[in-house]
Write a protein that binds this ligand. Structure first.
Ligand SMILES: Cc1ncc(COP(=O)(O)O)c(C=O)c1O
Length: 316
């Protein structure tokens, strides 16, 4: 099989040849935007939505990347196609866009030819991410509230997907101290649920679907899809302020994100949600998600899990 390639500043190059300068503003300040898209059956899912969010993030950061959204889309699809022959045809992919401001002006004498935004697009087989995630679909995840809070929009707007993510990392460390596999839900400074470190949260209460209003959160593409599907199913959806109290009364809680789409929570702050298993609204949305994706991504994750060790061995 041929080797994976990445788009790097205008060229498609072997993955190991793409090197970012140590003087890059991304390394100095986390000064960059990124995106993560996935494929279902080899087709990039909601790529336009992801690219629109990427360009929205870049606009907020005042980074002019030099590509139009159409050009970014074209090179994304080209990079994906160039990588497909490196894996079996059934493999799905995560597609990562990283765009930084480029090296700081102070160091231009060290990297005179690199004084422009640093753009990379890499494609990685989903077997590693989803293979290790697979057991969560069955067990659900345990949610806890860490002491680390979300950063509110008037400080650094979380609607932009940036690499300034130390607060998420701190929340993860705090959650890890709470027991293996706990996922942190950050509160905003008003004490309302904001989001997880890479996912959005939904509650189901009396048949209604509730999710934090889109103020202090990254507005996930999977969140948007979930809202659309719920409305298609005639479920009432509310984007409102939700606290710890509301979460503890909820009949169901679940999380959404690009790679796994949706996963139910079994506990919240140590208390079992429902009977700990996924509830009827989640199950209905899961069925709709799979239909939309054209692939049973839960079964796929289990298959990845079974094949992961062999895949990793084959990489060495
Ligand atoms: C902080 C945060 N919230 C929510 C999400 C979910 O967004 P999406 O559904 O677009 O993956 C992400 C995804 O990485 C994230 O980083």
């Amino acid at each position: 099989m041929s080797q994976r390639v990445v788009y790097f500043n205008g060229n498609i190059v072997p993955e190991h040849q793409a090197r970012v300068s140590i003087f890059d503003s991304a390394l100095m300040f986390g000064d960059m935007a990124f995106e993560m898209t996935r494929t279902f059956n080899g087709v990039a899912f909601r790529l336009r939505d992801h690219l629109e969010r990427l360009f929205g993030s870049l606009r907020l950061l005042e980074i002019e990347c030099g590509l139009t959204i159409e050009e970014m889309e074209q090179v994304t699809l080209k990079t994906l196609e160039a990588n497909k022959p490196t894996e079996v045809a059934e493999m799905d992919w995560q597609i990562m866009h990283n765009v930084s401001r480029g090296p700081l002006g102070l160091y231009k004498s060290a990297v005179p030819n690199e004084m422009r935004p640093t753009i990379s697009i890499n494609c990685w087989p989903l077997i590693t991410h989803m293979g290790s995630f697979a057991p969560n679909y069955e067990s659900g995840v345990k949610l806890i509230i860490p002491t680390q809070q979300a950063i509110p929009a008037h400080l650094v707007d979380p609607k932009a997907k940036t690499r300034s993510r130390m607060h998420y990392q701190m929340a993860q460390l705090q959650a890890a101290r709470n027991g293996q596999g706990s996922w942190p839900v950050l509160l905003d400074p008003d004490g309302y649920l904001a989001e997880g470190t890479g996912w959005n949260i939904f509650l189901v209460s009396d048949g209604e679907l509730l999710t934090p209003e889109p103020r202090n959160i990254l507005q996930g593409v999977s969140r948007k899809v979930t809202i659309e599907l719920a409305r298609d199913a005639g479920i009432n959806v509310k984007e409102i302020n939700l606290g710890r109290y509301e979460a503890l009364q909820a009949d169901e809680i679940f999380c959404t994100a690009t790679t796994y789409s949706l996963v139910h929570a079994s506990t919240f702050e140590g208390q079992t949600i429902g009977d700990g298993n996924s509830g009827p609204v989640f199950q209905q949305l899961m069925r709709m998600w799979k239909k939309l994706a054209t692939v049973d991504f839960v079964q796929q994750a289990e298959m990845y899990s079974d094949g992961l060790t062999a895949w990793e061995d084959a990489q060495n």
